[in-house]
Design a protein around this ligand. Structure first.
Ligand SMILES: Nc1ncnc2c1ncn2[C@@H]1O[C@H](COP(=O)(O)OP(=O)(O)O)[C@@H](O)[C@H]1O
Ligand SMILES: [Mg+2]
Length: 300
């Protein structure tokens, strides 16, 4: 089955899609400054600190807690550990508003003083963008869902290694337009790729870098397709070109996925206006990940 990490339906530059340079949002250069700590943390070991924290953060903290041989004076990083970043993914059908809301969420995070990058799948790194073209042009479609699934996995592996993990390691927050859940839904639920294969590919590509929070934008398929059609800038891609029954099944599969992992997934009603959806997303992020309050301007 095709592992289908649905295309960030947005065309580069011209549409609302998160522009991606090899790395992330084209319009949002990956921040290079060290991230600010989302919150003060107790002076315990990283592994202890990570208890009860979001999945990706916990895994990263556990890793950094591994004792290392002391061969000299303590390094700066040993004295002041980098706060783990957070990994947020946006999922949902075509035209649900993922790319639009990614930009808005990034702006909110940055306003809160957080080092954050936006990225997308398939793509988000030099190698993965090449594979993106292969998938979304439809060139790989005749090979079947299994081949597409494998291509998505290869693209995801490069994206994680080149973009996502380095950002999380430096303490940045990563917001990704589609990720492994799209593969589960498009290639797994709809493409009938063996779930054991989907799980195995996810295990070797994603491993411990699982999203801390997944926002699933929910919208009737007809509305999403109408929005996508009205969006200017490019023709429908490989997956947007599927029929209405496909997109209805897609919505059902995303809803089922949200219900199956309530700790990580939040279903967002995407039928309201852009501002209302942005508020709902910010509320979910605030509740689950507790970003610092936006910085206030000091009075002079
Ligand atoms: N809440 C909304 N209400 C109305 N139109 C929207 C809303 N969110 C996004 N749009 C518009 O719908 C189109 C698809 O949005 P987009 O963010 O590209 O969706 P996706 O990335 O999920 O495919 C764009 O033209 C966008 O401006
Ligand atoms: Mg998009």
């Amino acid at each position: 089955m095709p592992i289908r990490t649905p295309p960030p339906t947005t065309a580069p530059a011209t549409t609302t899609a998160p522009a991606q340079s090899p790395v992330a949002n084209p319009s949002d250069k990956p921040a290079r400054k060290p991230a600010k700590a989302p919150a003060k943390r107790p002076a315990k070991s990283e592994a202890v600190k990570a208890k009860g924290e979001p999945t990706a953060a916990r895994a990263r903290a556990k890793k950094s807690a591994t004792p290392k041989a002391v061969t000299g004076p303590a390094t700066r990083s040993a004295a002041k550990p980098i706060p783990p970043g957070r990994f947020i993914t946006l999922e949902g059908g075509e035209g649900a508003g993922k790319s639009t809301q990614l930009r808005r969420l990034l702006a909110r995070l940055k306003a809160a003083g957080i080092d954050a990058i936006g990225t997308r799948e398939p793509g988000g790194s030099t190698g993965a963008e090449i594979i993106r073209h292969l998938i979304l042009s439809g060139a790989a479609k005749p090979l079947g869902p299994l081949a597409e699934a494998t291509l998505f996995a290869a693209a995801r592996a490069d994206h994680l290694d080149a973009t996502i993990r380095p950002a999380l390691t430096r303490g940045a927050w990563v917001v990704c337009d589609r990720f492994a859940d799209s593969t589960r839904v498009y290639q797994g639920a709809l493409g009938n790729v063996d779930p054991r294969l989907i799980a195995a590919l996810e295990e070797v590509t994603v491993g411990e870098t699982r999203p801390d929070l997944t926002l699933i934008l929910d919208l009737p398929a007809e509305e999403g397709l109408a929005r996508a059609a009205a969006r200017s800038g490019r023709d429908a891609d490989r997956f947007e070109s599927e029929g209405l029954s496909f997109h209805r099944a897609l919505r059902d599969a995303f809803r089922a996925l949200a219900a199956s992992e309530p700790g990580r997934c939040v279903l967002i009603d995407a039928s309201g206006d852009v501002d209302g959806v942005e508020e709902a997303i910010w509320k979910a992020v605030s509740t689950h990940l507790k970003p610092p309050a936006p910085r206030r301007r000091r009075r002079l």
